[in-house]
Design a binder for this molecule. Structure first.
Ligand SMILES: Nc1nc2c(ncn2[C@@H]2O[C@H](COP(=O)(O)OP(=O)(O)OP(=O)(O)O)[C@@H](O)[C@H]2O)c(=O)[nH]1
Ligand SMILES: [Mg+2]
Length: 399
């Protein structure tokens, strides 16, 4: 089944823990604990051979591998393997319904989440302040993102029209596509792609489900169809002159208006109007090309027109790579009576240390004093004797 929208939970690999160990060097005991390896990153890779997102299970949780632990004798942990998710060209990434990235170029990679940092072992923690550390960091935990992937098909030409206009019949005439044809509305429920027959060019054509009034606001399959026009270069409005409810002009104005209401940039995509079913009824003037998919009348003229119009390289309207910065709540401080409760990723990383208990507490205390948390708590009016809560740690505040 064709799948062009999925929700996923993706996580970077956790950083491996560092180690605390000591080696005898020149008869002196020196810290020699290796650092943990960084966890794997989450990377999207654009693969032009993919037609949709059906190879990824919707609502699944995918995780990059964790970094390995550091070891004695300066041995650093292994790096966690990246999670690489292949996506088709024209995939957009949404986070909280905001467009985060728009992927176009084949083989391009895009890092969604950087691998979590490995914890430093006591060798890497040597500093002027602490030349003989008896502690190590545990490594940063996984970072998780809930994402939505939405694909818009890449095609040179898209056939758009009301239900039953003959769009699938036309794509069968023009290409190798096996689109289903039916004498009833909404026969087509997902896009059909084909390559134009008998030419040296590899022009791709996409037949889409029918559009009805209100499509741009979601009536019928409206928005799910209209999104596919983002990555098309040329649109055929296929008109059915035998439609009893909408005459030719009404069909044209309805299609035009739904497209523009959905995205005003669709105005600049090249379009042609083609009247189908000329075996039954011909358009009363020569403004538009008349064709019949039953008698083949006008089909060759249509092919000639397509080849002529697509000779010059038509632009796609969206080619810009797009990325927003994700807002990240690093820390949060809540004041409850005389307690200041600190939470968030910054706090988790600050206390994620193990080793000799006194050294660990001392290190956390120094990190806290040097951090923005201490400045903020002061600004919030903390007094000596108030309680600071960092995760499962509590200590007394002193200016
Ligand atoms: N007389 C006549 N009938 C046609 C012509 N082209 C298509 N049809 C008929 O119109 C009906 C609808 O054709 P489809 O190709 O399924 O129409 P569609 O636009 O893909 O319809 P949806 O997928 O429902 O949007 C079928 O019965 C076709 O045989 C034509 O040129 N002349
Ligand atoms: Mg169809």
């Amino acid at each position: 089944m064709f799948v062009d929208e999925i929700k996923l939970s993706v996580s970077s690999g956790a950083g491996g823990p560092g180690s605390v160990s000591f080696s005898n060097l020149n008869s002196k005991t020196k810290p020699s604990g290796g650092s943990g390896g960084d966890g794997g990153s989450v990377v999207l890779l654009v693969n032009k051979e993919l037609n949709d997102l059906s190879h990824i299970m919707s609502n699944s949780s995918l995780k990059a591998n964790n970094g390995g632990p550091g070891n004695k004798n300066f041995q650093n942990g292994t790096l966690g393997e990246d999670l690489i998710i292949e996506v088709p060209k024209g995939t957009q990434v949404f986070v909280d319904d905001e467009l985060y990235a728009d992927l176009h170029d084949n083989n391009s990679t895009y890092q969604l989440i950087e691998g979590s940092k490995g914890g430093r072992g006591n060798y890497d923690l040597i500093s002027k302040r602490n030349p003989n550390p008896q502690i190590c960091e545990q490594g940063v935990k996984r970072s998780t993102l809930e994402i939505k992937l939405i694909q818009s098909i890449y095609s040179d030409i898209s056939i758009i029209g009301l239900p039953n206009a003959g769009k699938s019949t036309l794509i069968q005439k023009l290409t190798n596509s096996k689109a289903k044809i039916g004498d009833y509305e909404f026969t087509t429920t997902s896009p059909n792609l084909g390559v134009l027959n008998n030419t040296d060019s590899s022009i791709t054509i996409c037949d889409l489900p029918g559009l009805i009034e209100g499509a741009s606001t979601g009536v019928g399959m409206g928005r799910k169809v209209l999104k596919h026009l983002r990555n098309t270069k040329y649109i055929i409005y296929l008109i059915d002159p035998t439609n009893e409810k909408y005459d030719i002009n009404l069909q044209i104005s309805m299609l035009e208006s739904e497209l523009i209401k959905y995205d005003e940039n669709y105005q600049s995509i090249d379009k042609t109007i083609v009247i189908n079913k000329s075996d039954k009824l011909k358009a009363p003037n020569d403004d538009y090309l008349n064709i019949s998919c039953i008698t083949d009348d006008g089909i060759q003229e249509l092919v000639n027109k397509i080849l002529y119009d697509l000779k010059s390289d038509l632009p796609l309207i969206y080619t810009e790579f797009h990325k927003i910065m994700l807002k990240k709540d690093d820390y949060n401080i809540e004041k409850l009576d005389d307690q200041f409760i600190c939470t968030g990723e910054m706090v988790t990383n600050m206390i994620n240390i193990s080793g000799n208990e006194d050294s660990v507490l001392n290190e956390i205390f120094i990190r806290f004093e040097n951090s923005i948390l201490s400045d903020e708590i002061k600004a919030m009016g903390a007094n000596d004797g108030d309680t600071i809560v960092l995760g499962n740690l509590e200590f007394e505040y002193k200016q």
